[in-house]
Structures are given as C-alpha cells and as structure tokens.
Design a binder for this molecule. Sequence first.
Ligand code: TYM
Length: 405
Amino acid sequence: MNGKEYTENNILKNEVEDDVVDPWNVVSKSETGVDYDKLLKRFGSSRIDSELLERFAIVTGKPNHHFLRRGIFFSHRDMNSILNNFESGKPFYLYTGRGPSSSSMHLGHLIPFIFCKWLQDVFNVPLIIQLTDDEKSLWKDIDIEEANKLAYENARDIIAVGFDVEKTFIFSDLEYIGQCPNFYKNMVRIQKCVTFNQVKGIFGFGDSDVIGKISFPAVQATPCLSTSFPHIFENKKIPCLIPCAIDQDPYFRMTRDVAPRIGFQKPALLHSVFFPALQGPKTKMSASDPNSTIFLNDTPKQLKNKINKHAFSGGRTTIEEHRQFGGNCDIDVSYQYLKFFLEDDEKLEQIRKDYSSGALLTGELKKILIETLTPILQQHQERRNKVTDQVLKQFMTPRKLNYNL
Ligand code: TYM
C-alpha cells in the first residue's frame, strides 16, 4: 500500500500532496518534519494547550514530564474527562502497544513507553500492553512463530523501561486471544459494527489485501474495552487512556465511533510527534536500515558512528559561515534528539542558543548528543539483561493486578 492507492472517502487522501502519516508510514515533505497543525485539523483531535498542561500538573501534583512541557505529546482526545475521573477518585487504565517487527526496538518506539511509565507512576493505574505479533505476521514477510518470538524479545525491551509488575499486563495477540473468550467476544462485537467500506476509507485497504488485514483493526481496538481483561477488571466497564504516536490514531478514531454503540465509553488519547530518522524527517525510519536510527541494542561505538556519520546537520557548510550565521535547530537531527532525551531544560535552551548563534559547532553538538545517549542506552541494556525468563513470564501471565477498582 502506498499513498497513491488511497482513493474514495479517504481520511488519508491529502497524503499525496502532504505528509504521509498512517500506521505504516510516516514521512514528511519538509525538512522541519510533519506539519502537526495541519494534522490536528485533518484528524480532528485537540491540541494539548497551556490550560490543559496547567490542569495536568495540578491534578497529578507533580511537575509535568518534559515530553509534555516540550510539546512532544501535543495532541489529545478527551484527556479532560480522564483528569475529571482521577480527581473524583474514579478508576481508569492505560493501554498501549507494539508491533514486533524486529528483535530490537529503536529509540522512537521507546517514546510512548517512557511516557507510560511516568503516567503509571503519577496516576498509579494499571497498564495493558498489546504485542501485535498477528499484525506483523500479516503485514510483513514474517511467519507466525517468528513474530511470536519477536514479541517476547520486544517485551524484554519494554519491561526494561521500568514498569511495575504488580500493575502491568503484557500480552501477545497470538497467545492471549485464544485463551480469553471475553476478548474474542468483544472483538466480534466490534467487527459487527464496522463495514469493509469503512476500513477501506480509514486504512486504505484494497481488494487484493488479505482478509486478516481487513479484520485486524478490531484486534487493536478490543483492549480499549476493559471487559476484555476479566482477570484485571472483572466485568466492570472502566475508561481507557491510550498514549501513542499520532500514526496509530486511525485505529482509535474507528474505536471511538464503535465504543458507545456497544455500551462503552470512547477511549481517550494522548498523541506524540515523531522521533525523526537520523537522516531527518523526510526519510523513513526503518528497522531494516540499521543506519536510519539508533537501536536499543546498539553499542557505544555504533551509536557514536551513526551520529557522527548519519545525523542530518542544520549547520552551515563551512566553519566561518556557521560562526557568522549560526545553525538551524529546527532541522538539525542531533538537536531534535536532545529535545527528546536531554531532560535539563536550561541546558537544552543554552544549546539551542549557542547552536543558533554559531557559538556551538555541529561536531560539538553531536558530541553532546553522544554523551547524553550513551549512558541511556547502556543503562537500558543493563536493565534488559536483568529481565529473566521468569520476570518475562510474570508480566505476560493473565492475573489479577494490584489495583482496587
Ligand atoms: P509500532 O510497533 O509501529 O510502534 C510502537 C509505538 O511506538 C510509536 N512510534 C513512535 N513514536 C515516536 N517516534 C517514532 N518514530 C515512532 N515510531 C513508532 C507508535 O505510535 C506506537 O505507539 N499497531 C501498533 C501496535 C499497537 C499499539 C496499540 C500502539 C497495538 N495496540 C495501542 C499504540 C497503542 C504498532 O505496530 O506500533
């Protein structure tokens, strides 16, 4: 499937002229990346504005995460209703996921999980993580057994983010759906509400797409219904909040349309922008191109080489010009990466000023990025090494979580 194939009644229609943003492709026409203002309008979601940010901090009683302060999570649906729930002591849960297409995840995949960890800590709520090994087997040249193996490899990376085992359930579609009649029943309830024409419109499916793809959106929608997890929520209908990058929104626009028709509240969402490819947002970040981004299992040497050789620079062509006119942080990938991973606001602002004025050179900026990411990757790898088979099994066993409904 590509942008050109999308035709009738299509929410993704503008992609031919604009940025491509769908669950399978995120590529911008511009060096500064996707035009998120346009995307907000096209998708019909709401901007996370200063008022909501203020309310977030008041309700949680904690300073906002830098992903919120810096507009990395920039869009939402119904977040106010989740905050209202929390304020009045009513429960909700978090739901997110990963499509295991490679044995190691990359830094971009980590963004929603880092944010979920913070949300789990500040709200003290259960988190459901869906591993769509079925999806990856349907979309890629990966057989069922291999996709299932990758799901377990990815679960190790996810657990290494630091989730609370008492409050987190991770599951593989290929395993859990067959074990849980309630999940399958909800899936069929959703499938009954969506026509082929509708999924064609939302996802751009064509006549030659296999039927597994056509019914898959119901699989990703089902965890939004709390009764799909009777061991955690019993039969109670509990609202759900989904943190993810905005590429996943089509699934949840569909779910929000269906949920009230089958007696559930619409899921709420928090959307992030994209962590760009090393070559910049005009390039597709791909697990099959090791130089397109940083993988969580990269060595310090690989990390250093990739940044030095491949990180797109917003600097000038000569040192003299750079000193005179300064660099462009808006297109510089090293600076963009620091926005995601350097937590210190003052330091980041100083770097922005110095690079823009020309006081800081591209090589120096890259060095700061390498020094910032090296310990983050090393610590991640250390934590991942500690995820034993037993720990993995604990997270992935359907069980009651430590949470009072
Ligand atoms: P997947 O594996 O493509 O991506 C996993 C999560 O990472 C986000 N993401 C990114 N975030 C920032 N910058 C990037 N460059 C970047 N690339 C990916 C994705 O938005 C996603 O949140 N079908 C899904 C799996 C899934 C899911 C869900 C995701 C199942 N249920 C519920 C979110 C919420 C997938 O293949 O994600």
